[in-house]
Design a protein around this ligand. Structure first.
Ligand SMILES: [Zn+2]
Length: 460
């Protein structure tokens, strides 16, 4: 893995510091992620153990990928709080202990590589504009819904930082005057009404008041933590209580999007974060309905709401973009735009396919980072009873890494097809798609100049 990065000449590390986990990824200049490491965030004991854990994580990643500091061009760090990027200092991190730490000079001294700092949700928006759902948009506001709610505003690849480095704190716009207390100390913030923390609180209160729920069967008995995945499972089981509370949270989120539209009118609003990743199918239609009900007309159509295309990687990809800007290689400038290296699809005779130098006698997919993977037909068979149907579960794997175009080789006589949910999965992430007989799909894939992926049906 590391060889590819070294050949390309430049390697970057993006770090996502979270309240519960730390994530570091090694990336190529193209933004393709080639290696990952993660660990849990040390709790208690102040900032020192956290800084040590971050530095150890970077060292572990470099050892795992056989990369030396001299191979690294720059490091981008995403911090969950207010940072002063110019001073390289963390101003405040409400949910963990990094407040006041001069993180940049600390890391630069230890690792000997230039380091850039940014706010995590701002970088999530930057990531989505570089390689995600907002890649074709002039402007984007990203709203990330998890334990809290954060946001970022990016126009033409430039982050709107604000006069006090605290712009786009969407989680703290007040939706309900005098409403529930927010972690920030104010009342009635969006975060206090629609974050996972708020959803958990509402569920617990309803249970205490005697409401029934299936959550007891999919979550720990005391419901001390209700993760996004548990909410998803409860929704799948048509749980009345969870559905009702999630619908309300989605509606609130819709009104927050309406506020964003009236304040900034971005070309797209991208929704992401753990809660949206898990429950986006319920949330997005409700948000769209609220936004569509807007009586204040604009001069033309537009202002779409999309789902994050990068998911968990959005923040790290944004951190890599920031690192590239730091060393004068702004990925939004045409002359610094670099695409991953894509393999050539050579033979597509019946039952066989050759990609680069390797021949496969089974279905494959080629991801946006150029890696060839074997298709697992079991998923499609289990859900749809046939491996000829492609659904969103499969696209989630095929579309990792951010792409503009998906080529589907449907087989010699077009057996493979995308179902309606799969089509919706793509359009909600602004990914184009061409379904063609396999030889034609291979030809189109080879000719394409776009960031692309391919799913190729070879054998039944
Ligand atoms: Zn607040």
């Amino acid at each position: 893995m590391a060889d590819a990065v070294k050949e390309a000449g430049r390697a970057y590390i993006g770090i996502d510091i979270g309240g519960t986990k730390l994530q570091a990824s090694l990336a190529e200049e193209s933004g393709a992620i080639v290696g990952r490491q993660r660990c849990s965030t040390p709790r208690g004991g102040g900032s020192e153990p956290v800084v040590e854990a971050i530095e150890k994580l970077v060292e572990d990643l470099m050892r795992q990928e056989r990369v030396k500091p001299a191979d690294l061009t720059a490091i981008g760090v995403a911090v969950p709080g207010v940072v002063d990027p110019d001073a390289g200092r963390v101003v405040v991190t409400p949910n963990m202990s990094l407040t006041g730490v001069a993180l940049r000079s600390h890391m630069e001294k230890k690792l000997g590589v230039p380091v850039a700092l940014g706010n995590d949700c701002n970088l999530g928006a930057l990531g989505e504009q570089w390689l995600g759902s907002a890649r074709d948009a002039d402007s984007v506001v990203a709203i990330l819904v998890g334990t809290g709610i954060g946001g970022g505003f990016v126009q033409k690849g430039r982050l709107w930082r604000g006069a006090r480095e605290s712009a786009a704190e969407i989680g703290h716009i007040v939706i309900q005057i005098g409403g529930p207390l927010c972690g920030c100390g104010n009342r009635g913030c969006l975060e206090a009404l629609a974050s996972r923390t708020a959803i958990e609180r509402d569920i617990r209160e309803a249970i205490a008041a005697g409401r029934e729920t299936v959550l007891h069967t999919v979550a720990p008995a005391d419901l001390s933590v209700i993760r996004s995945g548990m909410l998803r499972r409860a929704l799948a089981l048509n749980d009345e209580l969870v559905t009702e509370i999630m619908r309300r949270a989605a509606e609130v989120l819709g009104y927050a999007c309406l506020t964003v539209r009236h304040l900034i009118d971005p070309e797209v609003i991208v929704l992401g974060g753990g809660v949206v990743e898990a429950c986006g199918d319920l949330i997005l239609p409700i948000v769209e309905e609220v936004v569509a009900s807007d009586q204040l007309t604009g001069a033309r159509e537009g202002g779409r709401v999309l789902l994050s295309a990068l998911g968990d990687d959005a923040v790290v990809v944004g951190a890599v973009a920031l690192a590239r800007k730091l060393v004068g290689r702004n990925p939004f400038k045409k002359r610094f735009a670099v695409k991953p290296e894509y393999p050539h699809i050579i033979g597509t005779e019946f039952g066989k396919i050759t990609v680069g130098r390797k021949t496969y006698s089974r279905d494959i997919y080629i991801r946006a980072d150029g890696k060839v993977k074997k298709r697992d037909k079991a998923t499609a068979k289990a859900v749809y009873g046939s491996s000829h149907t492609v659904g969103p579960e499969e696209l989630e794997k095929v579309c990792r890494g951010g792409l503009e175009m998906l080529f589907v080789g449907a087989g010699q006589s077009g057996q493979l097809s995308l179902n309606e949910d799969a089509r919706r999965y793509l359009s909600r992430r602004s990914i184009q798609c061409a379904v063609l007989p396999t030889p034609k799909a291979a030809e189109a894939y080879n000719k394409s100049k776009q960031r692309r992926a391919a799913l190729i049906h070879v054998t039944c």
